[in-house]
Design a protein. Structure first.
Length: 257
């Protein structure tokens, strides 16, 4: 049985870290390198760094900056933003990324997922889905940092991404992002019931109990969080301890207190 991972998410825009609510109202919260150095000491299992401006600006990843950041990151490092071809994946892996996150480009070119998995291994291809509720209560996938609605339903799209070769699904609720009231459990459950690859829950975590809900009630394999670590005193280590106390197998647990 795979142990549950806890993964802080860093949103990178114009050389700084930002955080918003529902993919909007971005506020600057610091710079990337100090955050990475802090998380190196915080018992995290992985770090995800997403360049949220790259796709809208029509540019590929900033390999030079990523190489500098990766040199200081001592946990598995996953990079997303601006990836539109396999050469970008190759360059990111050379720069020090362990995995890559692909979102918007997959809608326009689904074969990018397949090509990436075939060339570099499914284990390093994380397919990201950003989803919103529609007025009728159903969900739709959104691309370009939540700004463009697609015709894809999240669960169906997740299944397609798995069939194309994705090694993991990162599912983010745009509606719950940054609110810290908890994950969208029905959304996560719909994804986890449809695919056999690991599902990373994202968007809405505000308390350790939300990690437990995502895993035990919705079937997530890993939990990602940002706001609760930036804006509260809660820590990844305490989050792991809480999950362990609830019977969840976690990695690298350090007993506190």
């Amino acid at each position: 049985m795979l142990k549950t991972r806890l993964i802080p998410t860093l949103l990178w825009k114009n050389f700084g870290l930002v955080k918003g609510v529902s993919f909007d109202s971005w506020r600057r919260i610091g710079t990337v390198l100090p955050a990475i150095k802090v998380y190196n000491t915080r018992d995290v299992d992985e770090l995800v760094l997403l360049d949220i401006a790259a796709t809208d600006e029509g540019r590929e990843p900033d390999y030079e900056s990523i190489e500098e950041l990766a040199a200081e990151c001592f946990v598995p490092f996953t990079i997303g933003g601006g990836i539109t071809e396999t050469a970008h994946i190759r360059n990111l892996l050379k720069a020090g990324a362990d995995k890559v996150v692909i979102n918007s480009a997959a809608y326009e070119n689904p074969q990018l997922i397949q090509q990436g998995a075939n060339q570099f291994g499914a284990q390093c291809i994380v397919a990201s889905i950003d989803a919103k509720r529609t007025p009728d209560g159903s969900y739709r996938c959104f691309s370009h940092c939540g700004s463009k609605k697609t015709n894809q339903h999240p669960a169906n799209w997740a299944q397609t991404l798995e069939q194309l070769g994705a090694g993991e699904i990162l599912i983010t609720s745009v509606d719950e992002d940054g609110v810290m009231n908890g994950y969208d459990l029905p959304l996560i459950k719909a994804i986890s019931q449809r695919v056999s690859i690991p599902v990373i829950a994202s968007g809405g975590a505000g308390h350790y109990s939300h990690f437990v809900e995502a895993i035990q009630q919705a079937g997530a394999s890993a939990v990602a969080a940002a706001s609760m670590f930036h804006f509260t005193e809660q820590t990844p280590a305490e989050g792991k301890q809480h999950m362990a106390e609830k019977g969840i197998a976690v990695r690298n647990i350090r007993i506190i207190g």
